[in-house]
Design a protein around this ligand. Structure first.
Ligand SMILES: [Zn+2]
Ligand SMILES: [Zn+2]
Length: 385
């Protein structure tokens, strides 16, 4: 196997080569499940370094780097999609696709994975194979990960790693958790049916506005009274729709919101508590409530030893202080589906940039490509050792 000096030089060269690719991707962002140009660009870039990519999951790409002898298989995954929002970065390579923006850094993920492939192709003196997975549609439910899994291209994989550039962390820090790293984001809706009428004669009505207000307040007690202090749950009622006029008590009220959980058990049980509380409060006022949950991605739960391996690798590459254990965030990520099937870990790579993810001025930074490339190549090679 090549020396780490060689690996570092190849990674540096690849990082420089990938700057213009990232800018090109940033300028031409595409929405989830519509990454057709992005897919072609990836195939073309892979061809340049001697790899034949295959289309998967409609707009995704897979390619395999074969070592010079048999061994294990490790997968590296990059997501590809952008967001339906304006690009207000005013960069020379700002989006030319109106209302679409690479505001999460997936442009950097693609560039990092291709850069890692370029680095790895310099020396095939390793055992096993490295599967490069360019996955469409992370940002929009149901996500592209399940399609990638259904394609069967990960059936023979022994481990999988994913990386996300992470704005809130200091530049170059690598963080992950030995368990839950990101939440299951589930949405809920509550439809409350009362009885409408004249606002001057509430005694003739069942006022769904009052019922909704009681339910919103009561729901706040579930996290504090039903969930152990050791578990993290977020419940936010984010929308309340009802009424049409000052002098009309409406017939209906609708509440919507999001529930974020880390524990699969609480994820299953909590909505039942919500439903019970809401329907019984509605009943107490003579109204009816219909509760529905729309499930998002499952919680992202790392394999503890893979997370440890990833942090140890990062510590060797960038120093102990740069590899840190992190508490989970309550955001979601469809890499969770891979981790339900395959041992692996998802890691954050700190950027310390000014604007948060999904902000119209968000941009990844060019100098994040090198540590990203270095980390992915090293994770793959060390795992196969
Ligand atoms: Zn995002
Ligand atoms: Zn993202």
């Amino acid at each position: 196997m090549a020396s780490s000096t060689n690996q570092a030089i190849w990674a540096q060269n690849a990082a420089m080569d990938m700057v213009s690719l990232r800018h090109d991707l940033h300028q031409h962002p595409e929405l989830s499940f519509q990454e057709f140009r992005t897919q072609e660009v990836i195939l073309q870039e892979l061809r340049k370094i001697g790899l034949n990519g295959t289309k998967i999951a409609n707009t995704g790409v897979v390619a395999t780097i074969l070592g010079n002898r048999p061994g294990k298989t490790v997968a590296l995954r990059a997501d590809m999609d952008a967001l339906p929002m304006p690009d207000e970065s005013q960069l020379p390579y700002a989006s030319i696709n109106d209302g679409i923006c690479h505001a999460c850094g997936h442009d950097a993920h693609i560039a990092i994975l291709i850069g890692a492939a370029q680095t790895l192709m310099h020396d095939l003196d390793f055992a096993g194979q490295i599967r490069l997975v360019f996955q469409p549609a992370e940002e929009q439910l149901p996500g592209g990960a399940q399609n990638v899994l259904a394609s069967g291209i990960l059936d023979d994989v022994d481990a999988i790693f994913g990386l996300h550039v992470w704005q809130p962390l200091a530049f170059g820090q690598v963080a992950t958790s030995k368990g839950a790293l990101m939440a299951a984001p589930d949405d809920f809706s509550l439809l409350i049916k009362g009885r409408g009428g004249h606002a001057s004669m509430p005694e003739m009505t069942i006022d769904p506005v009052v019922v909704a207000a009681h339910i919103v307040t009561a729901l706040q007690t579930l996290v504090s009274r039903y969930v152990s202090a050791n578990d993290q749950v977020v419940l936010s009622v984010t929308q309340m729709h009802t009424g049409t006029a000052m002098n009309v008590i409406p017939e209906w009220a609708q509440l919507q919101g999001t529930l974020r959980t880390l524990s699969p058990k609480i994820r299953d049980e909590f909505p039942k508590k919500m439903e019970q509380l809401a329907t019984q409060i509605a009943q107490a006022f003579g109204a009816q409530a219909k509760f529905t949950v729309t499930r998002g991605y499952p919680a992202l739960i790392n394999n503890p030893s893979m997370a440890e391996f990833a942090l140890a690798t990062a510590a060797d590459l960038f120093g102990e202080a740069q590899a840190i254990l992190s508490p989970p965030t309550m955001g979601g990520e469809d890499f969770a589906y891979y981790l339900e099937k395959i041992p692996g870990a998802f890691v954050w790579l700190g950027m310390g940039t000014p604007y948060p993810h999904h902000h119209p001025k968000f941009d990844a930074r060019d100098d994040i490509l090198y540590p990203g490339i270095r980390l992915l190549t090293e994770l793959a090679l060390r795992f196969l050792e």
